[in-house]
Design a protein around this ligand. Structure first.
Ligand SMILES: Nc1ncnc2c1ncn2[C@@H]1O[C@H](COP(=O)(O)OP(=O)(O)OP(=O)(O)O)[C@@H](O)[C@H]1O
Ligand SMILES: [Mg+2]
Length: 361
């Protein structure tokens, strides 16, 4: 069922005792395209849970949610023809309010104890979400039963979760490489001063791997195998000599329709990654063009890559090659947004400057 992670308190540099003392029933939720992560403050750590962002519905009635999360994922490809498994979010944006609500209700059930009511939830949404999208997320949270719902940008939540000095008047750069999209966020004085979203992410890399393997070997592999190749032998082209790794997998021969072995290497994956990385490079160029010189030193010292895709080998080196920015890769890239949201849920005043200064240094 759901995954339970352990969390490392040193990574967060934040005394969550301070921020949790006023509240017990608070949750931070990162409603992602692929994964929904739930963080519940617990003493000086977080209890973390993860569910796939998948629901199953009747084909002719997409608002009739039959199963959510792991259960819905198991139905993928194995269901009768009138049932389909879908993702309520596409490219980071809520596509179906009813389906996203079902996902959020499940997330809240998982995060709270039996019989407990959720007081406050904070939901991380992509930073470029429109007011309409933000209101929809808030509405969904309230309908799902929370007393207090706050929607904050995932980029800001990531910075808070990582314990970065968000209150200072220096710049912070967050690069969030998700499944459906990549957000580039500049933070200063506790707020977002610039954001640019590239509607490309890890999912697109997987699709490119499938295409390249088909072109090269006349073999069609499954999207899951493509994702495994990305995770196991993935590489971003850069100036350093990083090791070329290989992975064997099985696909379906286009010519014979029989199973056929293929060997996927880091070079093939780096080719699949390149169109996405190029878009990210173009976008980051634009962000830096707009950046005030007052913030460049802060960005140099405080750049953090988060999101599952930030774990791609060579990403750090490539960003350093292109931009001379020594970006750090988060050591909890897939949970840091939910952790930051949970900190704000426990103490919404965490977003106010004087509290930030007191509690987050
Ligand atoms: N070690 C790894 N190397 C490269 N990619 C990885 C690795 N681990 C996970 N991923 C990819 O990270 C993506 C999921 O990341 P994450 O959970 O941050 O996305 P999300 O929050 O659900 O999506 P979004 O932010 O776009 O809504 C997937 O594409 C997954 O394949
Ligand atoms: Mg995300």
């Amino acid at each position: 069922m759901m995954g339970l992670f352990s969390s490392n308190k040193d990574e967060n540099k934040i005394d969550t005792n301070k921020v949790t003392k006023n509240n017990v029933n608070s949750l931070g939720i990162d409603l992602g395209t692929l994964n929904t992560v739930i963080a519940k403050p617990s003493g000086d750590k977080f209890d973390l849970y993860q569910i796939p962002s998948v629901v199953s519905v009747k084909k002719n009635d997409p608002s009739s949610v039959l199963a959510v999360g792991e259960e819905a994922k198991l139905m993928l490809g194995r269901t009768p023809e009138d049932i389909v498994a879908l993702r309520p979010l596409k490219k980071g944006v809520i596509e179906s309010v009813v389906q996203a609500q079902a996902l959020l209700i499940r997330a809240m059930e998982i995060g709270k104890k039996e019989g407990e009511k959720v007081g406050r939830i904070v939901i991380g949404v992509p930073g470029d979400s429109s007011e309409v999208e933000k209101n929809a997320a808030e509405e969904i949270g309230r309908k799902a039963g929370a007393d207090f719902v706050l929607v904050i940008s995932e980029g800001l939540a990531a910075a808070i979760g990582a314990g970065l000095p968000i209150a200072e008047p220096n710049g912070i750069l967050i690069i969030d490489v998700g499944a459906g999209s990549t957000d580039l966020v500049i933070i200063s004085l506790g707020g977002i001063t610039d954001i640019q979203t590239v509607r490309w992410g890890g999912d697109d890399i997987d699709n490119n791997i499938v295409k390249l393997v088909k072109d090269k070997f006349d073999v069609e592999i499954g999207i899951h195998e493509a994702e495994q190749a990305k995770i196991n032998v993935g590489l971003v082209k850069n100036s350093k000599d990083l090791e070329i790794l290989t992975m064997e997998t099985i696909g379906k021969s286009v010519k014979t329709n029989r199973p056929e072995k293929v060997v996927i290497d880091s070079e093939l994956v780096s080719e699949a990654v390149e169109p996405i990385i190029s878009e990210i490079v173009v976008a980051l160029n634009q962000v830096l063009e707009r950046l005030s010189p007052e913030l460049i030193a802060g960005v140099y010292h405080n750049s953090l890559a988060v999101g599952g895709g930030s774990q791609l080998r060579g990403l750090k080196e490539r960003i350093c090659d292109e931009f001379k920015i020594p970006v750090k890769i988060s050591n909890d890239p897939m949970t840091v947004v939910a952790k930051g949201a949970a900190i704000v849920a426990a103490e919404p005043r965490a977003l106010e400057p004087e509290v930030r200064l007191a509690g987050f240094k």
